[in-house]
Design a protein around this ligand. Structure first.
Ligand SMILES: NC(=O)c1ccc[n+]([C@@H]2O[C@H](COP(=O)([O-])OP(=O)(O)OC[C@H]3O[C@@H](n4cnc5c(N)ncnc54)[C@H](O)[C@@H]3O)[C@@H](O)[C@H]2O)c1
Ligand SMILES: NC(=O)c1ccc[n+]([C@@H]2O[C@H](COP(=O)([O-])OP(=O)(O)OC[C@H]3O[C@@H](n4cnc5c(N)ncnc54)[C@H](O)[C@@H]3O)[C@@H](O)[C@H]2O)c1
Lengths: 211, 211
């Protein structure tokens, strides 16, 4: 079992490799990779050794090869389908941002296979405004059907706290394996389901240190 | 200089201590603290030693004391004032969430001193809808004046990419020391200013691993 703190660093390495490649580099050292992601060269080597190492002692890592390997480890070399549950401010902002990132043509690995497949809401007024940046909007009654039919594996919960657990239960029944939970509710899920809790306040609290 | 990855863990320890205190505990071990925050007991001890240690070998940490010490380290025992620049979907969602967290009475250390002091936008239609959850909405022309007068030290940037750098420059001139940047723009700031880039796609990419 790979520690989650390691898994969370992998997309940061991917982002850093994109930026370095954009700057014209083709080889990177664990020191450089550590610097741009706020970790140490030892941490970088330790993380990558879990998946097979990849670099040559003293030479560093070939950027294009390491990128491909990270995409495979993160399963971003296949299509990953996402549902947005709750099409209020946060839900629509995330859909719009994802469309911006995809269309902006930046050399961003891992974006093109991350697809927001469908959005869900309970409010007819909201549903009438859909689709949002070509993401179709369905009533929450369709949640199970659409998730099963489309093979959606990740759900973003941007619903009020009182609706979050129920929506999560339906998603799990339909085959969702991982959640990005924005609601303040603490989700209760089976062992094999992963929950990542987003919390802007935690980021603000760490910034207070620098204020 | 404390590594930023350590600073980012401190609010997570604080959150975990709140939850443990809510559950009626008064002492916690570095193992328990490591488990709830996804790090190791050794990492917990290493992090806290940077600031003076606090625990007793074999006994653990007194929750109420450690909480106070973390609040002091993060400067959350004083009033920390925040500006939200851009009152669109993200800006308003963050203001509303912060009000929910503050008013929900959950024993959440570090919330009560984290105050969203003011919001700013360029669109008169948006400004007419203010204040938002009692946060006053000002035109961006007032950004410098209000930041200086209120002593705001942190700014959340929820503006489009093309406006982000200019807004950051004005904030820095007015005394802001740290940014939570939601815009896709990469900010260029002086050495003594801290930028934390929020990116929902990085969280989604790490969740693909579990899908
Ligand atoms: N974690 C964070 O940092 C953070 C930041 C901002 C907001 N939030 C949280 O994100 C959530 C959304 O915030 P928002 O500002 O977008 O709220 P919002 O009120 O604008 O949107 C909520 C949407 O959910 C819909 N909804 C309600 N019940 C539903 C259900 N059972 N199924 C599907 N849709 C349902 C509503 O119709 C509405 O469109 C809230 O829980 C809020 O507390 C978290
Ligand atoms: N990092 C992430 O994960 C993430 C997620 C969602 C959105 N975003 C980004 O956050 C930003 C806001 O997204 P949104 O969905 O709220 O957009 P939005 O269009 O709903 O809101 C933008 C607001 O900024 C205002 N604005 C424009 N120029 C301004 C200026 N110079 N000064 C002050 N206000 C100004 C607009 O009037 C509008 O109210 C965008 O840059 C978007 O790409 C990032």
């Amino acid at each position: 079992k790979v520690p989650d703190v390691v898994v969370r660093r992998l997309p940061m390495y991917l982002r850093a490799l994109d930026n370095l490649e954009n700057a014209g580099l083709s080889i990177v050292s664990s020191k450089e990779l550590g610097d741009v992601t706020g970790t140490s060269p030892t941490q970088v080597r330790k993380d990558l050794t879990i998946f097979g190492g990849f670099g040559k002692q003293g030479v560093g890592y070939k950027i294009s090869t390491l990128k491909k390997q990270l995409l495979t480890i993160l399963k971003l070399d296949q299509d990953v389908k996402i549902a947005i549950v709750g099409l209020g401010r946060m839900g629509k902002a995330i859909i719009h941002y994802n469309a911006y990132k995809r269309d902006s043509g930046q050399r961003n690995s891992g974006y093109k296979n991350l697809t927001i497949e469908a959005g869900f809401d309970i409010d007819e007024e909201v549903l009438k405004q859909g689709p949002f940046d070509s993401v179709p909007a369905y009533h929450v009654n369709m949640l199970k059907d659409v998730i099963v039919k489309s093979g959606i594996k990740i759900a973003v919960l941007t619903v009020p706290a009182e609706a979050a657990q129920k929506m999560a239960d339906i998603c799990i029944e339909a085959g969702v394996k991982a959640f990005l939970n924005f609601s303040p509710a603490t989700l209760i899920v089976p062992e094999n389901v992963r929950v990542s809790n987003a919390d802007v306040t935690v980021s603000l609290q760490s910034l207070a240190f620098y204020a």
